[in-house]
Design a protein around this ligand. Structure first.
Ligand code: ASP
Ligand code: SER
Ligand code: ZN
Length: 387
């Protein structure tokens, strides 16, 4: 309803995303399953066994591309602490023209893991909250010194800066919100896309100045970890299952069976061993429990982040979208501010058109990964594609 769309229209939007991206997903899926079969000394399967992938839901396929595993650079041994990650993120926002976070952010947020011995229970899944629809913005995280948290800290602060931007006198409190929830996630995701670019990682000392990687491998890792499998998981399994659960007529004794059928049919992944209705595996995903009917926003956000990134690189920074560095460019913040500060006062379609000149579209995402398609087709020549 917030998007001004019916359930059917929303489902169609996501199904269309997946149709456009399918040729690339099939190539990535094939490349990954041959790579993993080799790694584990197993015959090449049709669907990928879930336990071969580094993420419980197969939503981000990390650690598969040699030489592009940034966890090797963000860890204790390399001098990273949780505090340094969060401070680096704040510095990034300041360098693109945003103010320092209010002092209360640092006093009232809950940013680090519960200390050993402390019996307090805490959901460590990151979030960022606007407490008073004004300057009181707080984040809940459990930041540890690794690359996943490096991206997530930038993501959460993206929410915080969006909240601060629309807390201004021209936005009435009821409209102090994002254009749609997908735009909130879009801003947050844009920040994590920007801060995974190699030139930024070098500038912040994550990667040494002499770091060199094959650009196609960088793009491959980016596709696997931050873009394409995530679409089949989010626009696919999560969105279809929640639509079936809330708006469809999913029988109570089919909750797990439907889930795994979607994981198989849409993601091309299968459980390590058969699952039955003693379990409700969807409930392992925090959003199923505490953010119902929300997840599809992340997938619109993933589409949006490439649209905004493309616009910023081409029209503001005049940099290659594959090797950009926003840091030190306050004109980026100025551009973001033009739409962030409007909050929910305008229809999202108009806002997007004004900010990027185009409608919601996978064009930018597909263009970004286009060089990869050709390279993968070569690698996968003669291989069995699909499941
Ligand atoms: N980054 C987390 C995820 O997206 C929470 C958030 O949206 O801030 O679930
Ligand atoms: N933050 C969301 C998740 O953790 C989407 O990336 O699943
Ligand atoms: Zn978010």
């Amino acid at each position: 309803a917030k998007h001004g769309m019916s359930t059917e229209e929303m489902l169609k939007l996501h199904r269309d995303f997946l149709t456009v991206l399918k040729p690339l997903y099939l190539q990535l899926h094939t490349w990954a399953k041959y790579e993993l079969a080799k790694k584990y000394g197993q015959p090449v399967p049709k669907a990928i066994p879930a336990h071969w992938i580094n993420n419980r839901w197969s939503q981000e396929w990390t650690g598969m591309v040699e030489g592009v595993d940034f966890d090797a650079f963000v860890n204790k041994e390399k001098g990273w602490t949780s505090e340094k990650i969060v401070k680096t993120a704040e510095s990034f926002f300041q360098s693109i023209g945003f103010p320092k976070l209010p002092e209360s952010f640092w006093q009232k947020s809950d940013l680090y893991p519960v200390k050993p011995g402390d019996t307090r229970k805490k959901n460590s899944h990151a979030s960022c909250w606007h407490i008073d629809l004004d300057q009181d913005v707080r984040s809940l995280m459990s930041v540890e010194p690794n690359f996943q948290w490096f991206g997530t800290a930038h993501h959460e602060m993206g929410h915080g800066y969006y909240q601060l931007a629309y807390s201004n006198p021209s936005v009435p409190p009821l409209l102090r919100d994002s254009a749609t929830t997908a735009f909130h996630e879009g801003m947050a995701e844009l920040m994590s896309l920007a801060t995974r670019q190699v030139p930024y990682l070098k500038a912040t000392g994550v990667l040494p100045a002499e770091y060199k990687a094959d650009p196609i491998k960088v793009l491959l890792a980016e596709a696997l970890e931050t873009a394409i499998p995530f679409m089949y998981w989010g626009s696919g399994t999560m969105t279809e299952w929640e639509a079936d659960f809330y708006a469809g007529n999913m029988p109570a004794d089919q909750m797990n069976a439907r889930w795994w059928k979607m994981v198989h049919d849409l993601q091309g992944v299968e459980p390590p061993s058969p699952r039955d209705e003693h379990y409700c595996d969807p409930a392992t995903k925090t959003h199923i429990n505490d953010a119902p009917g929300y997840y599809f926003n992340y997938n619109i956000a993933f589409v949006l982040k490439f649209q905004f990134h493309d616009y910023i690189c081409k029209h503001i920074l005049k940099q290659d979208p594959h090797a950009a560095n926003y840091a030190g460019h306050p004109e980026v913040g100025k551009y973001l501010e033009t739409w962030l500060k409007k909050g929910a006062t305008e229809d999202w379609r108009k806002l997007l058109k004004d900010a990027t000149g185009e409608e919601l579209s996978t064009r930018a995402m597909a263009e970004y990964f286009a060089p990869l398609q050709k390279w993968l087709e070569k690698q996968n020549k003669g291989r069995q594609i699909g499941w």
